[in-house]
Ligand binder design. Structure first.
Ligand code: MG
Length: 482
């Protein structure tokens, strides 16, 4: 009985906070609407872009994507006012190749960001994203954008591979995963929550090419990243800008600042997400205050699915199968929200999208030609974003390292190879007859319909074969280490 009363009270408080929040948000919009119009009129021209990229956040981790207890009111508001995509993919189910793809619009197999020997870069890795690759930042520099990378990079931490060598004017962040450079003893999974200390991970915090703090104080890192984004936006409000804000969290080890720790009904993982969401709110507020909301496109997504062996410290893929490291849907389908009031047509989009499409879409919106000396895998989503047209993307390739494990065409996905990861979901298995799912009917990948639909398998095979005829694999950049 006591439990029920307290739950009811919590729900009342929650509803009250949500209504207060909506009121405040509404007032702010009204009070700013006149300034907004004036400022937007003053600076016509290409839109600003803000990408907010979470680490290891799953398809089921946001309120707007159905999580029952994690509170993400700012992202939910963005989803309600903008577009919430439900079939949006990353190009790899682990950090490094996924990041290479979002920034270059290319499958990581093309630029050497896949390997049979290593799935990601490590602090003793010698290489990074090849300098000859063209990033979104380099594209937008051609149109005079100010560009900032904030947060996790993980595309090479040596000077020639850092963001400042890849089109970004500035960099502030931890250059790889927040669990690397571990110096503390003990197995993270076995440690009591209150004994997890940032001092046990000697990761550097960098400003441009210099280390400014080591170990980085990860308790405050999420807040500092969001504040850095707000400061950059305010400093560059008179010119077009691009902010790539790649949070190190909710990748384990989990840390949250005083204001958020112990607050979420979901526990520490929820605290972390609620702090990320709070930062999203600060960025949205800053854009509104500066009258930039209508001329800025904000995108929120994540680099790969949840890291499930970490149990309650990992996220949730919701109704999708498996998680990080695999080519099941839980590893590679992510929440993706696009927001720009008056510009993005509010909708739920069930068509296909990929992080690689941001390269092509943003380049076109900024009036910068797409490079013609290389294959770009992104397609232009502008007509879907701005006019609600069906997505032009027809298919998805699910690479694991340099190998294709699965392919999706329309609603159908064929698995040629299946393999679990981190001791879960089974060993590597090649399928002489691929497993076929209709993901529109069966998003959890439960019911193999290969026998009933040989014609669908033939179409998917042709799609994969066509891709392979143009494929030149890049030289492995991940294997070499000190
Ligand atoms: Mg990740």
């Amino acid at each position: 009985m006591k439990q029920t009363t307290s739950t009811t009270f919590t729900i009342h408080k929650l509803l009250l906070s949500v209504s207060l929040f909506s009121l405040l948000w509404g007032c702010q919009q009204n009070s700013n609407s006149e300034d907004t119009e004036q400022t937007s009129d003053e600076r016509q021209g290409p839109p600003n872009f803000v990408i907010i990229f979470a680490d290891d956040l799953g398809y089921g981790d946001l309120g707007a994507y159905g999580h029952p207890t994690i509170r993400t009111p700012n992202l939910d508001q963005m989803a309600a006012e903008g577009q919430r995509w439900t079939n949006f993919y990353v190009a790899a189910s682990v950090c490094t190749p996924s990041r290479a793809a979002i920034l270059t619009g290319r499958l990581p197999v093309r630029n050497g960001m896949t390997s049979n020997k290593s799935r990601v870069l490590f602090p003793n890795s010698l290489n990074g994203l090849p300098p000859g690759e063209v990033t979104i930042a380099e594209q937008l520099k051609k149109a005079g954008y100010a560009t900032a990378a904030i947060g996790k990079w993980h595309l090479g931490h040596r000077p020639q591979f850092l963001p400042t060598a890849q089109g970004f004017d500035t960099y502030f962040g931890i250059p790889y995963s927040n669990d690397m450079d571990k110096v503390g003893k003990g197995n993270y999974r076995a440690l009591p929550e209150d004994s997890i200390r940032y001092e046990d991970y000697n990761v550097p915090l960098m400003r441009d090419t210099a280390i400014i703090e080591q170990p980085a104080d990860q308790n405050t890192i999420t807040r500092r990243y969001s504040e850095e984004a707000v400061a950059f936006i305010k400093a560059h409000k008179e010119e077009p800008f691009f902010v790539y804000l790649a949070h190190n969290l909710p990748h384990i080890p989990l840390f949250a600042s005083k204001d958020f720790k112990g607050k979420s009904e979901r526990g520490l993982y929820g605290d972390v997400l609620e702090e990320i969401d709070d930062g999203v709110g600060k960025i949205i507020t800053a854009l509104k205050e500066e009258g930039l909301a209508e001329n800025t496109i904000v995108v929120f997504t994540s680099d790969n699915g949840p890291w499930l062996p970490f149990e309650t410290h990992g996220g949730s893929a919701g109704l999708l199968r498996a998680g990080k490291g695999t080519t099941w849907e839980g590893g590679m389908r992510e929440p993706c929200i696009f927001w720009s009031p008056g510009r993005i047509e509010p909708a739920v989009i069930t068509g296909l999208g990929s992080t690689m499409d941001l390269f092509t879409t943003f380049s076109n919106m900024a009036g910068v030609p797409i490079p013609e000396d290389r294959i770009i895998d992104g397609v232009d989503l502008s007509a879907t974003l701005l006019e609600g047209e069906p997505s032009p993307r027809k298919g998805i390739l699910y690479y694991r390292g340099p190998e294709i494990y699965a392919a999706r065409l329309g609603a159908y996905k064929a698995h040629y190879i299946t393999q679990g990861e981190y001791g879960q979901f089974g060993g590597k298995e090649e399928h002489a007859t691929p497993i076929l799912y209709n993901l529109s009917h069966d998003p959890s990948e439960q019911y193999n319909i290969a026998e009933e639909h040989p014609e669908v398998l033939a179409e998917i095979n042709a799609f994969v074969e066509e891709h392979k005829t143009n494929l030149v694999k890049g030289e492995d950049q991940l294997a070499d280490r000190e």
